[in-house]
Design a protein around this ligand. Structure first.
Ligand SMILES: NC(=O)c1ccc[n+]([C@@H]2O[C@H](COP(=O)([O-])OP(=O)(O)OC[C@H]3O[C@@H](n4cnc5c(N)ncnc54)[C@H](OP(=O)(O)O)[C@@H]3O)[C@@H](O)[C@H]2O)c1
Length: 257
């Protein structure tokens, strides 16, 4: 029996590692990213691992294109698991005081609406079938407001709440929904961040922890466990105390390139 898995943001970092983790005989992999060249390379690698590959060079902000692509794929290979992973990060630029406004607006479109554009189009079909699984990429940044990345923290809190609400709604219909909250993962995104990166981990290890968490149907897949727990605890402290403790935890985000 084949299994169909969709991964957005499959052209780099965690998404690429997830594509490698899931690529195997008996798997149909739907891979989405914007860069067609990198998408082609990752698709070739996944094919060599025995998976059947369908690619979509699509911007997740394009609601119509995402709906069309996902529903076409679902018609041909009913989707078992969708991982809404694509995302961007912004923050205080080096020498600046606040994240660039245009980048912050773009971020919200990708990290929040892009997730909805990935999940919404296939929910009805999953409900009709009475089965399916949805994984939404958030971050431990959802647990705590960080001074240097307001839009990123807000976007990750939004999708944490969105995913857990869907989980509560759809559990009785046989749909499993999980939210993924990693700490620092070694990817091109993380390399843009200049600052402390405690407990960082490889994208391959992250992909393994995500796959295991999804097999166990965990509501929130957060790791590394100690760092996630510490961050969550800091996030629920009274505002003044939390800001005092976070004073040294400042960073900047370099522009791409
Ligand atoms: N790295 C970390 O420390 C960390 C920690 C917690 C959470 N996360 C989350 O994990 C996810 C993956 O991040 P990463 O670290 O793997 O970053 P990355 O290496 O920069 O990869 C980001 C991926 O998202 C895709 N993407 C970005 N905007 C897109 C758009 N508008 N449409 C389609 N695809 C788009 C990129 O594809 P193209 O370049 O082809 O467009 C790329 O494949 C993000 O949601 C991020 O917030 C990362």
């Amino acid at each position: 029996m084949t299994r169909t898995v969709v991964i957005t943001g499959a052209t780099s970092g965690i998404g690429q590692a997830l594509a490698q983790r899931y690529a195997a005989p008996g798997i149909v992999l739907g891979l989405i990213g914007r860069d067609p060249e990198r998408l082609g390379r990752i698709a070739d690698d996944a094919r060599q691992r025995g998976a059947v590959i369908v690619t979509g060079a699509i911007d997740v902000r394009d609601r119509v294109a995402m709906q069309t692509w996902l529903r076409n794929l679902d018609r041909d290979h009913s989707i078992d698991l969708v991982i809404a992973n694509a995302g961007v990060m912004e923050g205080t630029p080096p020498g600046g005081t606040i994240e660039p406004a245009d980048a912050a607006y773009d971020l919200m479109q990708t990290n929040v609406l892009g997730v909805m554009n990935t999940v919404q189009p296939i929910l009805d079909a999953m409900v009709t079938r009475g089965r399916g699984q949805v994984a939404i990429m958030s971050s431990i940044a959802a647990f705590i407001p960080l001074a240097d990345s307001p839009s990123y923290c807000a976007s990750k809190s939004a999708v944490l709440s969105y995913g857990l609400s869907l989980r509560a709604l759809l559990a009785r219909q046989g749909i499993r929904v999980s939210v993924i909250c990693p700490g620092y993962i070694e990817t091109p995104m993380m390399l843009r961040e200049n600052g402390p990166k405690p407990f960082k981990m490889s994208a391959e290890r992250a992909a393994e922890l995500i796959a295991t968490g999804l097999e166990r149907d965990k509501a929130v897949i957060s790791f590394p466990a100690f760092f996630a727990w510490m961050t969550w605890l800091n996030g629920i402290l009274p505002d003044g105390l939390r800001r005092q403790l976070s004073r040294s935890f400042r960073f900047t985000v370099s522009p791409w390139g």
